[in-house]
Design a protein around this ligand. Structure first.
Ligand code: NAD
Length: 251
């Protein structure tokens, strides 16, 4: 087991990619704290992990609210004494044409995807430094942080911001023994992409992916295990793309 004895916090761990990460981390021996919105989905994931013989705990918290983030981090420490791995996975994507994006939509994306990543990272990194934990922090960015897509200006801006935040954090935290990397999934089958998968443009989406299929959450989770484990111990400030080849295709 590659994460035996570790404690991981996965934000947005109740659904989709975050849930797959939480499940795989638990199978690899980590104790997993998950946070998200909506108690029912959180508890269902904790039950699933326990049913497989793993250990998990749920924290209902909004990552863009500092008081809730601080309570969550204190709760994980109280329960398990440490945090070795953080996955900043909680995120939203609410597509709209650039000319129609409202200030409220812009702020919500920035608050959850960017400020949320900052707040949780800073709280966890401060704890790691205080306790001398040689930890790993992973930002769940996106191929949309590296290339453009119409109707996603606000979302894309947040995903690019997460990548640079990761590099800049890596620079300051490397001397303190903490690694920070970003993971960029392509088009993955979750609640977020369901409207597009069921929509009229799925054919053109698939033709943009050399592997010609939608990715599955567990295919991203295996990358998150690599970045959390000792296998990536000499790697920091990097971006790992898992996208079926989508980004390499010019036409
Ligand atoms: N699905 C994809 O194709 C895809 C591709 C690239 C990147 N991503 C990124 O992966 C991450 C997960 O995406 P998904 O498709 O699994 O989404 P999802 O909607 O299935 O799950 C999102 C999770 O985030 C949580 N969440 C949302 N807002 C929150 C908040 N304010 N505070 C705490 N938790 C919150 C939800 O409760 C849920 O657990 C996102 O950051 C997304 O941008 C997804």
């Amino acid at each position: 087991m590659r994460l035996a004895g570790k404690v991981a916090l996965v934000t947005g761990g109740s659904l989709g990619i975050g849930q797959a990460v939480a499940l795989l981390y638990a199978r690899e021996g980590a104790k997993v704290a998950i946070c998200g919105r909506g108690r029912q989905a959180l508890e269902e994931t904790v039950r699933q992990i326990a049913a497989e013989g793993g250990t998990a705990s749920a924290f209902e918290a909004n990552v863009s609210d500092k008081a809730q983030v601080d309570r969550m981090i204190a709760g994980v420490q109280e329960q398990w004494g440490t945090i070795d791995i953080l996955v900043n996975n909680a995120g939203i994507c609410d597509p709209a044409p650039f000319l129609a994006i409202t200030e409220e939509q812009w702020d919500r994306h920035m608050d959850i995807n960017v400020k949320g990543t900052f707040l949780v990272s800073q709280g966890v990194a401060r704890f790691m430094v205080e306790r001398g934990v040689r930890g790993s922090i992973i930002h769940m960015s996106s191929v949309n942080g590296l290339a453009a897509e119409a109707d996603q200006v606000h979302y894309n801006a947040t995903k690019s911001a997460m990548i640079n935040m990761g590099m800049s954090m890596a620079l300051e935290l490397a001397p303190l023994g903490i690694r920070v990397n970003s993971l960029c999934p392509g088009f993955i089958e979750t609640r977020l992409t369901k409207p597009a998968i069921d929509g009229p443009h799925i054919g053109s989406i698939l033709s943009s992916i050399p592997m010609a299929r939608v990715g599955q959450p567990d295919e991203i989770a295996s990358g998150a295990v690599f970045l959390a484990s000792d296998e990536s111990r000499y790697m920091t400030g990097q971006t790992l793309v898992i996208d079926g080849g989508q980004l390499i295709k010019l036409a």
